[in-house]
Design a protein around this ligand. Structure first.
Ligand SMILES: [Zn+2]
Length: 348
């Protein structure tokens, strides 16, 4: 059995070193992600801007809102906003998954997923999990508080390192797992806490606290953007779809990317800006305006504002400034994104 295992690992290594040429030489320009028009969703303008910032900066997102307000739909629009897979990502995906697709994956993890399903495993031979299937794309986790705690804990490694390490039968395999996490949850078990559009929540405060605590801590710390979905008003519900809104988002993201590359020589998304840069007021990656820095200091100068939260705010403000084509982060940018990085958002 060990021989068969070795053979399969060595075959994967060989594929990695020598992938079929047709999958990496295909002209990148001819590949097109299918675009779902985000304008089909009525209302939710604040959440849409949040999605625009998240897709541009490739920030992990948690959406909180009642059922039926478009959380899954919003998530499904994101692959269409990401740049095409790089030849290296295509090669890595082929090596681990024998997946020949050149489109950004959108992988849905159900709340019944086990740790093995999510990060990989297998009884004898190490097999890649959903985090590797999502490599280069999106991992969508709906109903986040319904996942087992140990399953959520197992996500921390891949989220921090960009790979999943699996050991079986004395053999350790390392699979690539760089993905953007989009998670969604209801605000409480019944779904309607704080959303009183004719529907009232009868969950007790203790029940809500217990429900929300299931995802607090390490996972929440790694999520840059929290989006609170509002209840759609009758006027919004009856309004027309906004035609071509996804195309507008896409061209804004492309222009902001060019702006970032030209202005800061930065060829990676803002979510990957190192933490020590966010803590350096002279960072050439963040580029603070005097007004932005003084507003930032004012906001973070309270005991509840953790180090991770400060880093998140700095990075998300940088993404917003890029989308505004501003070289420096100003006070206005901080104010515009502050509510997206506020993890107290979950409190009732
Ligand atoms: Zn409730």
């Amino acid at each position: 059995m060990l021989d068969a295992l070795r053979a399969s690992v060595s075959r994967a290594v060989q594929d990695y070193l020598d992938p079929p040429q047709d999958i990496v030489t295909e002209d990148v320009e001819t590949r097109k992600e299918p675009v779902t028009n985000i304008g089909e969703l009525r209302g939710q303008e604040d959440a849409k801007i949040g999605i625009l910032i998240a897709a541009y900066g490739q920030h992990d997102v948690l959406m909180i809102g009642p059922p039926g307000e478009g959380k899954t739909f919003l998530a499904s629009t994101v692959p269409g906003f990401l740049p095409t897979l790089t030849p290296q990502e295509i090669q890595e995906r082929y090596a681990c998954l024998q997946d020949r697709s050149t489109l950004r994956p959108f992988v849905v993890a159900g709340a019944t997923s086990s740790e093995t399903d999510l990060v990989g495993g297998g009884r004898t031979c190490p097999r890649p999990g959903l985090v590797t299937q999502a490599h280069g794309g999106i991992l969508f986790m709906d109903e986040l508080p319904h996942f087992e705690k140990e399953v959520l804990d197992a996500l921390r490694g891949p989220m921090s390192n960009g790979f999943a390490e699996i050991t079986r039968a004395g053999i350790t395999a390392t699979f690539p797992a760089r993905f953007m996490l989009i998670a969604a949850m209801n605000p409480c078990p019944c779904g309607y806490s704080g959303y009183l559009n004719g529907l009232s929540c009868d969950c007790s405060t203790a029940t809500i606290a217990r429900y929300q605590r299931r995802i607090s801590g390490p996972i929440l710390d790694r999520i840059d953007i929290l989006l609170r979905m509002s209840s759609t008003t009758a006027t919004e519900f009856l309004s027309e779809a906004v035609p071509g809104q996804s195309e507008n988002f896409l061209s804004r993201i492309k222009e902001a990317t060019e702006f970032r590359e030209l202005n800061r020589d930065q060829y990676f998304p803002n979510s990957n800006i190192p933490g020590h840069d966010a803590a350096n007021q002279n960072s050439s990656l963040l580029k603070w305006h005097e007004s932005g820095l003084s507003e930032f200091k004012k906001v973070i100068d309270e005991p509840k504002f953790s180090g991770r939260k400060r880093v998140r705010l700095a990075k998300v403000a940088r993404s917003y400034a890029d989308l505004m084509f501003d070289e420096h982060i100003t006070a206005e940018h901080i104010s515009a994104v502050l509510h997206y990085t506020d993890s107290n958002l979950m409190e009732r």
